[in-house]
Design a protein around this ligand. Sequence first.
Ligand code: PMP
Length: 366
Amino acid sequence: MTVGEEITLEQLPLREDLRGGSPYGAPQLDVPIRLNTNENPYPPPPELVADVAEAVRREVESLHRYPDRDAVALREDLADYLSVSTRVVLSGANLWAANGSNEVLQQILQAFGGPGRTALGFEPSYSMHPIISAGTRTDWVPAPRRADFSLDTEAAARVVRERRPDIVFVTSPNNPTGGSIPLDGLRGVLEAAPGIVVVDEAYAEFSSQPSAVELLAEFPARLIVSRTMSKAFAFAGGRLGYLAAAPAIIDALQLVRLPYHLSKLTQAAARAALRHADATLASVHKLAAERDRVVESLLGLGFTPVPSDANFVLFGRFADAPASWKSYVDHGVLIRDVGIEGHLRVTIGTPEENDAFLEASKEISR
Ligand code: PMP
């Protein structure tokens, strides 16, 4: 008997708007092949492991002291990384970091959303956007994509002009559908927006399109580009998300962030991992090539994969996607049912993992 076990959730004085909800999260099943959470399948290289371990060891000597509350050194390193990869010169004052980009997004909603305010997103997209909006009491306004899941940016600009949301989310490449948005299309949405536009670039390193960071100088009072080290950087377990924006936006986020939210261990580990960015990101090309192979093979098996610019592929059609998801599990392959009728999403893994997935797909397509 666990202490307090007799009390149920229904008996608690929970906020009315949270009643009946279920927590976000994919099933964590013990299945040999896990292709369900869009991680990089390649573990960190030994030099990175050694560097992170040494950096963390050094921090442990001063764990009796709080970390740098403003994570200045880490933000400068992130600025250097983004400046090199986007060719837009940024400084640490343009960067902000938190425990995963989900925390970054939550801070954005705490500062710019909240009761009486609205956030708009183009569905289907990353389901945490409406969930974090709900958690911050920001009203969610769903807007559509085309039937093929691409974003009609003219229609998007129109709906933003009509609905005048305080925050617009644009995910590029979009999770779970995989397509990314050219800068001209983004520009139209930014011109239409009365408030903040968050371009969620969690999968940017995999994309063939330039980063929205290139638009920061044009829209300094509106644009926030959020990023993460969880995907291409192979650092999902380290929990480090970040954003690029005008310094005033970061001043706004400082009003809602918890003091010392990024531990010394996280800051040191992320800085060490960033020193090995070239080695880690070498996997991006391999994964993109594997993605194209998986798409071709799925087509050959009679499936209809959605064109992807990321490290995952949404594919259909299934008469009963939840039942097919279960068949994959029975074949030892965990993929994701993202709730889109007739479709499932697979993360691109190592060639061996992808072969196992394709083998299961062949049997399931029979
Ligand atoms: N944005 C998108 C589009 C994502 O897919 C994810 C991870 N699933 C995140 C943000 C959050 O990732 P993290 O908190 O690990 O940075």
